[in-house]
Design a protein around this ligand. Structure first.
Ligand code: C2E
Ligand code: CA
Ligand code: CA
Length: 625
């Protein structure tokens, strides 16, 4: 607007002085001035379409200020030098031109106080002096008028500018306030979504992110292998917590968080979703091979020993993965399946990675069938016991029989205990089952010679669930079998789950007079150190060490050290799963005497126990070697 007003007004003045003034004043000078104004006008129009940086804006405004001064001087000088050429009309035009144009320009520069004041000073002061000194009363009156108007305008300008700057300042403040509010709410969001101990995203964030990531994938054309989720569980963490205290456990978790955080990439994120459970999301690289490699890397990170100021510890991690959409399409489904894979890893590949596969799907379906049948099963009729001898190779006699459950379902046929016992544990049928089995086992044992012991498997839940132990004790006392003939077998998982409760339970069984065997020793995480702190009488070394005993030096070393430690701690030691005579001989060389396995007899029904083993002594079948 400013340059347009200048150009138009200047052209009209040039027009009224055409032929009156010399050509350099009437044509060239205004032409030059108008060209300059046009150039500036074009520049401003072009700038309107660009976003300028703060620095550039400040620089341009400063240029404008001194340019206003220069332009003011040039136009005033030009107009005044035309004054002497014309008559009264053209002179009035000059005065009018200067007064009106400067007022218009000051209005246009309202937001630039310095420029507006400069312009007012540069034009109005010479104007007033110039026309006041013409001795023409009309021009003198005009000079006074214009001067007064200019003063008022400057005052209005100053008030206006003050309001304008305070408006800008309040805007700036408001924006700062808004930024502070935003910062606080960001911080709040961060804290609400962050795990305090490990600084990793927490459970809430993990699930929210997962929902967010799944939403665009669901329903649309399938993009296999685009997203996988994983759950990680630290094996042996609960034991560390129990043994060394929560403060130490926290340090271990912090360190674990750091190790996982080091594995985070744009494709892989890790969150802490529970006590010692971590969640993973993997985008892009979700082929089986890639997930297994990632699992290995994460497991390896955890297996490095933890050296902390408070002490040292060792851990391992098991990981279960579920792939979208193969394993499920919703967050719930995927998480459930990842957990299934994790439990599978813990049961079969401790310290390893398992990816949920179609076979798992079949297994889940089979398990739910087993569960349904077990719920409606008549334990009394369908579930029986087989007995397997535990043989003392030193004394050449049977020390005990282990009771092993057998289920013949009218729907499913024969179901292995390794299948239905975990199901019974999960759906809380185990207590009723244990009660029936214990009664049957003790019934059978009543007919055996007094010297032969009965070994009975208890489930972890029989020890850890309040009230369950009572049923075991009641059944034992009601059986008529002397409690000191009974060995209760428990696996170390029972101890790991709740060390304190397990200890109390074991002590009350011991008080009855029964003895305690630690089953499947060597497959889990018990150190003999923790065994030592529990009232245990016997250790049963897992059969997996026996398979390679003749060839594998490590298996030998492990068995040998367990046998020796048992001796030192005054514990009896039974080796399970002995199938060949060569194995038995190798074990004897390592110092083991008490063994169990197919070599000494397979599990047989209660009715055949006396026939097969007691009346027909083993010694004759095995020879005296
Ligand atoms: P476990 O307590 O370790 O029982 C030993 C398992 O090894 C038995 O399997 C037995 O049949 C098998 N076995 C014995 N000798 C040999 C051998 O020389 N070679 C091989 N390869 N295997 C041998 P089973 O009867 O299938 O039982 C599996 C598991 O189910 C048991 O492992 C135990 O953990 C659980 N279980 C069995 N009966 C009961 C029960 O009444 N209550 C509870 N809570 N668990 C039970
Ligand atoms: Ca057992
Ligand atoms: Ca065992």
């Amino acid at each position: 607007m400013l340059y347009t007003v200048l150009i138009v007004d200047t052209v009209t003045v040039a027009f009224t002085h055409w032929r009156i003034a010399p050509v350099y004043l009437a044509v060239y000078a205004p032409l030059l001035l108008c060209l300059f104004c046009t150039a500036r006008l074009a520049l401003w129009l072009r700038l309107r379409r660009r976003t300028l940086s703060d620095d550039e804006i400040a620089r341009r405004l400063r240029t404008t200020v001194w340019m206003v001064a220069a332009v003011g001087v040039a136009f005033t000088a030009w107009a005044m030098s035309l004054y002497r050429y014309g008559d009264a009309y053209t002179r009035s035009h000059i005065a009018f031109y200067l007064a009106m144009t400067v007022i218009g320009c000051i209005f246009c520069l309202m937001h630039m106080r310095l420029a507006a004041l400069l312009l007012a000073g540069i034009v109005i002061v010479p104007f007033t002096f110039f026309f006041a000194s013409t001795h023409n009363p009309v021009f003198i009156a005009m000079a006074v008028n214009v001067f007064l108007v200019a003063v008022v305008m400057v005052l209005v300008l100053l008030f206006y500018y003050r309001d304008f700057t305070s408006l800008v300042e309040s805007q700036v403040q408001l924006r700062a306030q808004h930024a502070e509010t935003q910062r606080l709410s960001d911080e709040n969001f961060r804290l609400a979504n962050l795990d305090g101990l490990t600084n990793l995203p927490n459970r809430r964030r993990f699930f929210a992110d997962l929902d967010h990531q799944l939403m665009p994938l669901q329903g649309q054309a399938r993009a296999p292998g685009s997203l996988a989720i994983g759950v990680i569980d630290l094996d042996g963490f609960k034991r560390i917590n129990d043994l060394y205290g929560h403060a130490f456990g926290d340090r271990v978790l912090e360190e674990t968080g750091r190790r996982f955080a080091a594995q985070v990439t744009p494709q892989v994120s890790v969150a802490r979703i529970g006590g010692d459970e971590f969640g993973l999301t993997v985008v892009g690289a979700t082929a089986y091979r890639q997930l297994l490699d990632l699992g290995d890397t994460l497991c390896a990170a955890i297996e490095r020993s933890y050296v902390l100021p408070e002490g040292a510890a060792r851990l391992s991690a098991s990981i279960g993965f579920a792939n979208f959409p193969e394993a499920g399409e919703t967050t719930t489904q995927l998480v459930e399946r990842a957990y299934y894979a994790l439990h599978f890893a813990q049961a079969h590949r401790r310290g390893g990675t398992v990816i949920f596969s179609p076979e798992h799907e079949t297994q889940i379906r089979h398990l739910s069938k087993v569960e349904a049948c077990l719920r409606s099963a008549d334990f009394e009729r369908e579930i029986t016991l087989h007995f397997q001898p535990i043989f003392d190779t030193g004394l050449h006699e049977i020390m005990a029989f282990e009771a092993l459950a057998r289920w013949t379902s009218p729907v499913l046929g024969v179901v292995a205990p390794s299948m239905f016992i975990p199901v019974a544990e999960r759906c809380d049928l185990i207590h009723a089952l244990t009660e029936v089995l214990l009664r049957k086992a003790l019934d059978a044992a009543r007919s055996w010679p007094e010297a032969v012991r009965i070994s009975f498997n208890l489930s972890a839940r029989d020890l850890n669930v309040p009230g369950a132990l009572h049923r075991v004790i009641r059944t034992t006392l009601a059986s008529g079998v002397a409690p000191h003939r009974i060995d209760f077998e428990i696996t170390e998982t029972a101890l790991i789950q709740d060390f304190g409760q397990a200890r109390i339970a074991l002590e009350s069984l011991k008080k009855l007079g029964a003895r305690i065997s630690l089953d499947d020793f060597g497959t889990g995480f018990s150190s003999l150190n923790s065994v030592h702190r529990l009232p245990i009488d016997k250790v049963k070394v897992d059969g997996s060490f026996v398979a390679g005993i003749e060839r594998e030096p490590t298996a030998r070393a492990i068995v040998k050290s367990i046998v020796e430690l048992c001796e030192n701690l005054g514990l009896a030691c039974v080796i399970e799963g002995v199938e060949t005579r060569a194995q038995a001989n190798a074990l004897r060389e390592l110092g083991a005497t008490v063994m169990q396995g197919h070599l000494f007899g397979k599990p047989v029904p209660a009715g055949q126990v006396l026939d097969t083993y007691v009346r027909e002594p083993l010694l004759s079948r095995l020879g005296r070697d």
